[in-house]
Design a protein. Sequence first.
Length: 190
Amino acid sequence: MILEQLTRNRTHRSFTKKEVPTDALRKMIEGARVGATTGNTQKLRFFLVNDPATCDAAFGQVRFAGLLPWNPTPEESPRAYIALCVSNENLADYNPGFMGFDMGIAAQNILLIANELGFAGCIVASYNKAEFDKIVKIPTGYQSAYIIALGEPADTVTIVDVKDGDTKYYRDDKNNHFVPKLSLDQLILK
Ligand SMILES: Cc1cc2nc3c(=O)[nH]c(=O)nc-3n(C[C@H](O)[C@H](O)[C@H](O)COP(=O)(O)O)c2cc1C
């Protein structure tokens, strides 16, 4: 069932030391490849990072779970990144709304395949783009817009009901993360 896969496909931010092989990352990009894009323009490019030293170096530029006074430790840091990139040339005439839409579809497809392969990840907007791009060596003429942090999950993530309208996610000290989701009746206007 697709709904079961979507429910299992949670954001994870704490990872084991298991490496994410290049062929697994390439399979994830297959998901992005077949996804919808504005006018089928396929302007996004993907930069794969799974070298342990580069992942370790890039980790300092990434901020996880901005709503919480918590960040993964270096020991539980991501073992791979996929940077969603756009060329400087395309950026000029890429409607920002459409770009975000294209990136969202690509990111979701990437994460669904990651999940099927036993990995998981986190879409990240809060990172120092200039420094991250420099550390991982994004090719000249391109820049990242979002990154997806990946690895074998070491935390558990559970969907819970929203209480008193509070959608803020929370985490206990045993690496259990809880994500409040609105009910169908709260979502559907009519
Ligand atoms: C566009 C976008 C940007 C995000 N940026 C970050 C981020 O910078 N850091 C982070 O830890 N999570 C980030 N997330 C993950 C969300 O916090 C996460 O999706 C949300 O808490 C719901 O959890 P769930 O994905 O398990 O449903 C981002 C998600 C999206 C869609």
